[in-house]
Design a protein around this ligand. Structure first.
Ligand code: GLU
Length: 357
């Protein structure tokens, strides 16, 4: 018995270097592609204590090199898709990004994707991707509120965490996620809530999907709407999307705003309504006319940061041909309406889509 124990011990010692060697190579590390689009995470300023900076200045390789330890958690490589402040994100870049992600994820060589992006419109890109990416592999968007040259820049840790999420088995099948400031959000539920603070994002109605701490992560819940592989939307064959505008509602709002947007060529309009998706009676009548005369579909969303817009609340939506966005914020309601119109969806199908996605 004693001899057996000694043999096991010696065998264990003999195998240690082999285990150690295996851990040091990256042969078993997940392959994660980082697609860079610009934003503050790639921004630089003249001084480390200046809040003024230019977004989208540094390239993807410089960003990867600035993250200590990133190569220990994944086999990372980067591609520059664009380098813009996300206020200049376009449908053209969305389509390029979505097509590239679908192409990469179809390959056995890629296990997950990280997209670096400005924070201003990151939730829109994330939601768009969640509807058109056809894979269960993780896609995580990230960015930063402080530029790469700032004192206490948080971009490198956000990127490290995003790669850890994309490399994690448990992140599969959760759709597109947005991660900044140690938080993991579902693309559909998240909104930018603060203009400058590092704690800028929140999912005000449903809460975070999970959390991440120096690459260690956990999930608290599942997304509860349709996305990804089961989504009926795709970018195959699409080169542009129909024009959909957003109108912000306010006291004594004039109905001619609707007419102006219809005249400019909008095929759909989202109203960032007051309260529960409301607008002046005159605007509501203009909305009804826009559909009856021009087939323009009007979606009622809200300018309020949190809460649902409910159907038939203060009037019958059918009487005005309006659709309600539920808890989709105006910018995301616009994306769903654009994709729905691009598929030739009719008013009769629209509410069902907004209830599903
Ligand atoms: N406007 C810039 C952008 O969205 C700065 C915001 C940021 O990235 O934090 O790219």
């Amino acid at each position: 018995m004693k001899r057996f124990k000694i043999i096991v011990l010696l065998l264990g010692i003999a195998l240690l270097p082999i285990r150690g060697f295996a851990q040091d190579t990256d042969t078993e590390l997940p392959n994660i592609k980082i697609l860079a689009t610009g934003g503050t995470i790639a921004g630089s300023a003249a001084s480390a204590t200046s809040g003024s900076y230019s977004a989208g200045q540094i390239g993807i390789q410089t960003m990867i090199n600035a993250v200590p330890g990133i190569k220990k958690i994944a086999d990372v490589s980067g591609e520059q898709v664009s380098n813009v402040g996300s206020q200049d994100m376009t449908v053209e870049i969305w389509l390029k990004l979505a097509n590239r992600i679908n192409e990469l994820l179809a390959s056995d060589d890629v296990d997950g994707i990280v997209v670096t992006h400005g924070t201003d419109t990151q939730e829109e890109t994330a939601y768009f991707l969640s509807l058109v990416v056809k894979s269960d592999k993780p896609v995580v968007t990230t960015g930063s509120m402080r530029s790469s040259t700032s004192i206490s820049a948080e971009g490198p840790l956000n990127l490290y965490n995003a790669v850890a999420i994309a490399a994690d088995e448990n992140a599969k099948g959760k759709g597109v996620m947005l991660s900044l400031n140690d938080q993991i959000h579902n693309a559909r539920d998240v909104s930018k809530m603060n203009t400058t603070n590092v704690n800028s994002f929140a999912s005000p109605i449903k809460g975070m999907l999970g959390g991440v701490f120096y690459g260690r992560l956990g999930f608290f819940r599942e997304p509860n709407t349709k996305f990804g592989k089961t989504s009926e939307f795709s970018v195959t064959g699409i080169t542009k999307l129909p024009r959909v505008d957003i109108i912000y509602a306010y006291t004594d709002m004039s109905p001619d705003l609707i007419d102006m947007h219809v005249k400019a060529g909008a095929e759909g309009i989202v109203i960032a309504g007051v309260g529960n998706g409301n607008m002046t009676e005159a605007t509501l009548k203009a909305a009804k006319k826009a559909y009856e005369d021009h087939g323009v579909i009007i979606v009622r969303s809200t300018r309020v940061a949190t809460g649902w817009v409910l159907r038939d609340n203060e009037f019958k939506d059918d009487d005005y041909h309006t659709v309600v966005s539920g808890d989709l914020n105006p910018a995301k309601a616009r994306i769903l309406l654009m994709l729905s119109l691009s598929k030739g969806k009719k008013l009769t199908e629209m509410q069902q889509l907004f209830d599903t996605y």
